[in-house]
Design a protein around this ligand. Structure first.
Ligand SMILES: [Zn+2]
Length: 327
């Protein structure tokens, strides 16, 4: 099946998705299992009366999108807790059974202290566990993870580490070529405790890009953290050849280091206005020389780095600006 892209944002548009919802609010056996903070004053009066708790809101959000179908809701209730293996098998079955080229897994509930791992009786599920299932059973298809638990932001960071460890350059072209199309949406940053109802009520609205709206900040400073690893960052169209240099790392994309190496150079070429996007070689001396040279006179940008894109006119098209390297 052909992968569709939002050309302005440079990200994969999810096709129809089968959705698995896992809610873990059972007994916290260990002190490092952190529950989300309750949120008794949360105003969800604009939601239907069927939305009595967070899990209801999650189901309502998914049901509201015709391209998402809930196939299973697993609730790890107090007194009926199941173990890690049970949930690993359910995730595996979810990937194996679906006939669709995309799945979504939404986890809400307890999170492991400092890790955001999904907590069950006798064990935790980490990003690496889910990645292994994806590699075995769902490779080259689209996996969307939505994680609403304390320290959830660690999931996106784990994906950054895994992709860098595997040597995948930081562009959606490269990830896709290696068989990875993954989006990780976390309800809070790596060092934050999520509150109940915050994310599902105020941050999640689905559109073609998977999630199109999220509050920048929620009560108590909770801040969602969304990383889309399908994002094209090399300034090329989705179906064009990738121009990301091999040393682009996802870690540098996230920290902004890559965008600091990229420059838009406006000038004249054969007497006509022209622009070039160039990524400088990763050396301080090159950068210093480049910054001196662009102050005036002529410059041959290929001497300083790799040209990602060029064109005539004073400004590049809008989509090029959006594709520049940032998450
Ligand atoms: Zn690329």
């Amino acid at each position: 099946m052909e992968t569709k892209y939002d050309e302005e944002l440079g990200i994969v548009i999810p096709p129809e998705q089968d959705c698995l919802v896992i809610s873990s609010t059972g007994k916290a056996e260990n002190t490092d299992v952190i529950a989300r903070k309750p949120n008794p004053d949360r105003d969800n009066s604009d939601l239907p009366s069927s939305c009595r708790c967070d899990l209801d809101v999650v189901q309502y959000r998914l049901d509201s999108d015709p391209k998402k179908k809930i196939t299973s809701v697993l609730q790890d209730k107090k007194g009926e807790e199941k173990d890690k293996n049970y949930y690993m098998e359910e995730i595996e079955l979810h990937m194996k059974r679906t006939l669709k080229p995309a799945v979504l897994i939404w986890y809400l509930g307890h999170g492991g202290s400092e890790t955001g791992s999904w907590c069950f009786r006798g064990g935790r599920i980490t990003f690496t566990d889910v990645l292994h299932l994806y590699q075995q059973h769902f490779r080259s298809k689209l996996l969307t993870l939505i994680i609403d638990c304390p320290y959830a932001g660690n999931w996106g960071l784990s994906c950054v580490e895994e992709f860098d460890r595997m040597g995948i350059p930081a562009c959606g072209h490269q990830a896709k070529r290696r068989g990875y199309m993954i989006k990780v949406f976390s309800s809070c940053h790596r060092d934050q405790i999520a509150r109940e109802l915050n994310y599902s009520v105020d941050s999640v609205r689905f559109k073609d890009d998977g999630l199109y709206f999220y509050a920048e900040k929620l009560p108590e400073g909770q801040k969602p953290f969304h990383l889309d690893f399908t994002k094209i960052t090399c300034g090329q169209k989705p179906n064009a050849e990738c121009k990301a240099p091999h040393d682009w790392r996802w870690k540098d994309l996230l920290s902004g280091n890559l965008s600091q190496r990229c420059y838009l150079v406006r000038g004249r070429d054969r007497d006509k206005p022209a622009w070039h996007y160039v990524v400088l070689h990763d050396e301080e001396s090159i950068r210093t020389q480049f910054l001196e040279r662009i102050q005036g006179g002529t410059i041959d940008v290929v001497n300083f780095g790799q040209v990602l894109a060029s064109g005539w006119g004073t400004d590049p098209p809008k989509y090029i600006k959006a594709l520049l390297p940032h998450f």
